[in-house]
Design a protein. Structure first.
Length: 126
């Protein structure tokens, strides 16, 4: 089991697909959603966390603010900490929403658009 320090070490690049899948599954369970069966196939990079046809979240590593862009009608944005606690919920007023985070660490971002939920990871540094 990875601890918090090992998760964010090296800008989060050491977080494996298996490790992220465990965190994603925990967030899905806490949110009352059906847990996907596939592994998360994503690597943390400086520019973008993950890009889907309908939602993009960037940058993956931030000192305070990240952006959520919707290709379709925006829905709800929910920010979870690694304990599964909801840190922030935002109903976007446009297709591009900037969100600030106060505490440092790894966060799971759930972006909903057109009835589909996508999960992303963002690392907040000091």
């Amino acid at each position: 089991c990875q601890n918090y320090g090992s998760i964010i070490r090296n800008w989060g690049n050491n977080l494996t697909s298996e490790g992220l899948t465990l965190w994603r599954n925990a967030v899905y369970m806490l949110a009352g959603l059906e847990v996907p069966t596939e592994l998360v196939q994503s690597s943390v990079g400086v520019n973008k966390v993950q890009s889907e046809a309908s939602v993009t979240v960037y940058p993956s590593i931030t000192s305070g603010t990240f952006t959520v862009e919707f290709a379709n009608e925006p829905g709800m944005i929910t920010v979870y900490n690694l304990s599964g606690k909801v840190i922030k919920q935002v109903v976007p007023s446009s297709s591009k929403e900037n969100i600030s985070i106060d505490g440092s660490g790894l966060y799971i971002i759930k972006a909903e658009s057109a009835g589909v939920s996508k999960l992303f990871k963002v690392v907040k540094t000091n």
